[in-house]
Design a protein around this ligand. Structure first.
Ligand code: ZN
Length: 381
């Protein structure tokens, strides 16, 4: 028996070793499939000094309002063959599961976008409005030359998207348990403490940056930043590294470095967090340098018509009542929200993503296609 369209596309996409910056032909497959069902495709190559060039794709069909967009990425995190029971880029199907890197995060969802759009368009040739796909080649690494740049390009072209559905794996255990309507913010800090080096037998002649660093980090470690909000878990802070690199047993070093990561809800901003961290660090009294890398502020699309429409469709197909969630890491939805587009996320089950047993059941692939098709039907009704 011939496999259905979404399974076939998902398999072919998994066979591309699309670890950013390479897309290894994955976007060509998406482009060809989109064109074959009538989408007009624009290849978007973005580059910037200090970054590799990234291939992206924008495809659209239809005219005018409303404009509904599917968003996703074809790049995947690396896969170490030794850790896998099958070749992670072979797209093997066994016991009704499709295994491979990208099977849930998120090549299969892109395959479902295309399959759903095809069957919707076959039945609704004269739909009123526009359907588009924003597919990027880099979400997993810097995410700098992907969705963010596509959105800037759309703005220049005066193309306005009203609603966007991101196909990231949002469900925890079963298809239909969660829709994401926001994401926490991500804050990474690296602090370097400056002391005065010397012989450890005469500590009074030295200023120990290691002791200071330990105090500074413990001032912020495991602090209750808040109690959470209606839609967000409490913010959390984790110390991720302490690096001194001192190989001598009897030397107090001049410098010590530490890093930490904060996942925060909308009760904080990167600015308010930096202010609090500096206040805690200053209590220790040693000179330090703080570098920060922000992956995004927290955001929330307030539950409303669009999220309710998605919920209704998920419920109808899966017979489950999905809850609205904001947990996990960050995603391209942060850029889409920042561009003023009403965005929500729904995709496959995420428990095997980024692991060496990433796989999706063929039934989930079929059901996700049905859900996406129903969303199009309800949206353009
Ligand atoms: Zn992803």
């Amino acid at each position: 028996m011939k496999n259905s369209k979404e399974i076939d596309i998902a398999q072919r996409l998994i066979r591309c070793k699309s670890v950013a910056p390479k897309d290894d032909g994955a976007l060509r497959i998406v482009e060809k499939e989109c064109k074959s069902i009538g989408f007009k495709c624009t290849k978007l190559r973005f580059s910037e000094k200090g970054f590799d060039t990234i291939n992206n794709l924008y495809a659209e069909i239809g005219n005018g309002k409303p404009h509904f967009s599917f968003a996703g990425h074809v790049d995947v995190v690396p896969a170490d063959r030794k850790e896998w029971s099958v070749d992670p880029f072979s797209g093997k199907i066994k016991n009704n599961f499709l295994t491979g890197r990208g099977a849930v995060d998120m090549k299969s969802a892109i395959a479902c976008f295309i399959s759903a759009a095809q069957s919707y368009l076959e039945e609704n040739k004269n739909f009123k409005g526009k359907i588009s796909m924003m597919i990027t080649g880099d979400e997993e690494t810097y995410a700098w030359l992907g969705k963010k740049k596509i959105l800037q390009w759309l703005k220049k072209k005066k193309i306005k998207i009203n609603n966007c559905l991101v196909g990231e794996p949002t469900n925890l255990n079963v298809l239909g348990d969660q829709i994401k309507i926001g994401r926490r913010g991500g804050y990474n800090g690296i602090v370097e403490v400056h002391g005065k080096e010397g012989h450890s037998a005469w500590p009074s002649r030295t200023v120990n940056p290691v002791s200071a660093l330990i105090k500074m980090l413990s001032n912020i470690d495991k602090k209750n930043l808040d109690k959470g909000t209606k839609h967000f878990q409490p913010s959390i802070i984790s110390i991720t590294s302490i690096d001194v690199g001192n190989e001598a047993l009897n030397v107090i070093p001049a410098r010590a470095k530490g890093s930490f990561n904060i996942r925060f809800n909308p009760l904080h901003t990167t600015k308010s967090l930096t202010k609090w961290i500096k206040k805690e660090f200053n209590k220790v009294g040693l000179k330090y340098k703080l570098e920060t890398y922000i992956s995004g502020n927290a955001f929330l699309t307030k539950p409303g018509n669009f999220s309710e429409l998605i919920r209704k469709c998920v419920k109808k197909i899966t017979k489950r009542n999905p809850k609205y969630a904001t947990d996990g890491g960050t995603s391209d939805a942060r850029f889409i929200h920042a561009a003023g587009i009403s965005v929500a996320e729904f995709g496959l089950c995420g428990h095997s993503m980024h692991t060496s047993s990433e796989k999706v059941s063929l039934k989930d692939l079929k059901d996700l296609t049905k859900i996406y098709k129903l969303i199009l039907e309800e949206y353009f009704k």
